[in-house]
Ligand binder design. Sequence first.
Ligand SMILES: C[S@@+](CC[C@H](N)C(=O)[O-])C[C@H]1O[C@@H](n2cnc3c(N)ncnc32)[C@H](O)[C@@H]1O
Length: 262
Amino acid sequence: MIEKQNMPSFGDNASDRSDKRKVRRFGAQHLFSHRPPYDPVFAERVPLLQAFSLALGNYRTRLGLPAGRWAALRSVLRRRAPFMAAECGVFSGSSLLACASIARDQGVDFRFIGLDTFDGLPDLSEIDKQFAPPQASYRHRRLFTETSLEGVCQMLSAHGFSREIQLRKGLFKESIPSLEDVKYHFVNIDCDLYEPHIECLEYFYPRMIPGGIVFFDDYHSVEYPMAREAINVFMRDKPEQLQHLRFGADGPNITKAFFVKY
Ligand SMILES: C[S@@+](CC[C@H](N)C(=O)[O-])C[C@H]1O[C@@H](n2cnc3c(N)ncnc32)[C@H](O)[C@@H]1O
């Protein structure tokens, strides 16, 4: 369980900044600032925040943000459904928290669904075994077990997100069928393995609003090359083009990919 008093905060004072610099390699257990200017220590996470901000911008454009007094009234009267987002692969919830914080900062009415086993990666399939690097630790050990549904719920409500964020525990193939059939503006797929990528894409791709964004954390992953394989197989007959984002110097796993739904 994550204890509220032990939670690192988004504070921006000097000691927080020096603490961050001590984090030599980003681990998902560390919360990171969701506001620019970004600290290079969080380089791997910045593309997600930028893609999420782009999706919020596309949502606001579709809403027709006010240019004058009457336009403002029109936009209120025509108020559409909230910004809908999902994360497939939540682990301890740090990227979910950062994205939700951006939406709140921008005053956007949003809902976020977070899906995970909250119990670590599932067993490797034959395709995963085929693509996994020979030395990969997850061949012998279940990764991402240091989390729990209760702990993440508690952490998110400590940050004031009990209303906007819903978590569903279980394998995607079990939790996805329980989702309400709605359209999405943003989906972050961060689940490492082959079949989970396909399951998420099969569900969310047709439910993306035009201008909505699907973000892939693992397209350029060195440890999980099966992610790229799955994404390429799924996208090969789709009209959208993948775009690639990097913050800072090149390096393993630093570049991320996304597409904007047509
Ligand atoms: C890299 S972690 C996610 C990290 C998280 N997005 C963050 O930034 O902190 C990958 C997660 O995907 C989840 N996952 C992978 N395959 C899954 C499946 N088939 N069903 C549910 N969760 C899955 C794992 O449990 C793990 O927590």
